[in-house]
Design a binder for this molecule. Sequence first.
Ligand code: GUN
Length: 298
Amino acid sequence: MLKEQETAATLDGKLVAKITRDNLAQRIKEHVDHGRRPPGLAVILVGDDPASEIYVRNKVSACRQVGVESFFNKFGAAAKEAQILECIDKLNADPNVDGILVQLPLPGGLEADRILARLLPEKDADGLHPYNLGLLMSGKPGLRPCTPLGIMTVLDYYAISVSGKRAVVIGRSNLVGKPIAALLMQADATVTVCHSKTADLPAYVKTAEILVVAMGKREFVEGSWIKPGACVIDVGIHYVSDTTNPEAKPRIVGDVRYEEAKHVAGFITPVPGGVGPMTVAMLLSNTFQSYEKRLSLR
Ligand code: GUN
């Protein structure tokens, strides 16, 4: 356990993501050298949310780096559900596509649940199809949501055992909060899920040996709330513009007050360079997992 005032060890997601990508690139090269086709990932982006455009661009560029072929499908904000379902049906049937990702959030009027449910579960690179979420809840192997899987991979890389630990998750989204709670539980942590209606959030945070913050509120968690020595995983990502200099690049911060938290926590993920790169690496890893499984079917 670290003393207060010492600086927490950084959980370097950028590094672990690079190791994951390098490993995937090597394994993909071996398949291609044996004359097999490369893995394929189809990305569906609907509308023009600027953050989603950046995420999708990063995902497509990560595919290129490791030798995954990407198929980009863009729809305007006024796209109808039927058009997107038709696109998914084509991708489901395409033998060169191993993974399909529908970037979220979708524009208002489109129901993510109905669209995600149309994916073939074995091509669900994001692990968000109800079938894969069911496998997750029952602790069976399957495709896992990328951000939670990235968090577990970083904990594993740094040999941070969660078994028997008190874990607190802030946030109950289908994308992060619920699946990370399930994965931590599966890894034998004792998990509490907090959310926007939780009374006395700081009291829960104080009990956490493992703290996962996925609430989407900029620099909300204060250093004084954190248990000394805790492992803090910050899933938040917020772009902060410098109002005095509109030309300056926006600063990126998380849901946790990093400068305060780093003096209390034992381990902490930075923002940027923590969870974000891991999400992309796990998307590639899931696509590769689907690819190998589909190859062996033929
Ligand atoms: N939007 C924010 N994060 C994610 C993610 O991991 N997957 C998808 N599909 N959309 C997102």
